[in-house]
Design a protein around this ligand. Structure first.
Ligand code: SAH
Length: 264
């Protein structure tokens, strides 16, 4: 059990800044994010944040890891809310550092609401989201007008009790699909999209740990997606990028030969 938190009223005005740290490489931080980190007295840090990001914190800043890695024991969201509120009430300059962009599958909306409800001043500094910067890292422009009229950022991991995305509607949409948290469910996603009418030969990129030294990717087609994820052992954090825009990736022409073989 986490320790109880003080519930006293504010003395000096602390504040909370939600900072998007981008997909990995600390050089992808915005200047505004760096300035917020330099002012911080307390930092609440998610799992996927690169350690180099923390080098911008003052040496005296207190760093609290609050990771919530899928499947493992994690800090309950309600406790994170209480912790941010309590630290702000103590007068701390709190930064809440999140991978990518705080408002893209980052629970930024929930956290901002909890802080506003408690009367705590809050600011959000956006970051590069993995779903756009990750495909770009392997040469995929997600809205290349030759192939797509837009892009849908979707989760592959339905909220508990929730229905998850409408895969049949997405299959028919003609949009590039970028699936976060989807690699463990690649099989179900492949089936649902094909059942919904997306062509089996639709190009797919799987991008793992984009913008980190461990970055790897595979180019394949929708009907060979599961086989490719298994054969290449592509693990989380990873994105599925589904659509004709993947043709722009260097190596696409060579890759389709091997993925045709995997599908056969
Ligand atoms: N707020 C984050 C997303 C958090 S959800 C953002 O805007 O990027 C976590 C998921 O994001 C992971 O399961 C994975 O699908 C994706 N992700 C995050 N960082 C990634 C990276 N460096 N490479 C590939 N996928 C990544």
């Amino acid at each position: 059990m986490p320790p109880p938190l003080p519930t006293t009223a504010p003395r000096t005005p602390g504040r909370v800044t939600l900072v998007g740290a981008g997909p990995g490489d600390p050089e992808l931080l915005t200047i505004k994010a760096v300035k917020a980190l330099q002012r911080a007295t307390v930092a609440l840090v998610d799992d996927l944040v690169h350690p180099g990001v923390l080098e911008h914190l003052p040496p005296a800043a207190r760093v609290v890891p609050v990771g919530k890695r899928g499947g493992c024991r994690s800090t309950p969201q309600a406790y994170i809310h209480q912790l941010m509120i309590a630290e702000a009430w103590r007068g701390e300059q709190v930064v809440r550092i999140k991978g990518g962009d705080p408002y893209v599958f980052g629970r930024g909306g929930e956290e901002v609401q909890a802080l506003r409800d408690a009367g705590v001043a809050v600011e959000v500094i956006g970051g590069l989201t993995a779903g756009i910067a990750g495909p770009a890292a392997v040469g995929v422009p997600v809205t290349d007008r030759r192939w797509a009229a837009g892009v849908a950022l979707v989760t592959g991991h339905a909220q508990e009790g929730g229905a998850g995305p409408d895969w049949a509607a997405l299959a028919r949409s003609g949009l590039t699909l970028v699936v976060y948290m989807g690699v463990a469910r690649a099989d179900a996603i492949q089936q649902a999209l094909i059942n919904g009418g997306r062509a089996g030969d639709t190009p797919v990129a799987v991008v793992s740990a984009a913008h980190t030294p461990r970055q790897r990717h595979a180019l394949t087609r929708l009907d060979a997606l599961t086989a490719t994820v298994e054969a290449e052992a592509l693990a989380s954090p990873a994105l599925l990028v589904i659509g004709d825009v993947v043709r722009a990736a260097p190596g696409w022409a060579e890759a389709i030969g091997s993925s045709y073989a995997a599908a056969a």
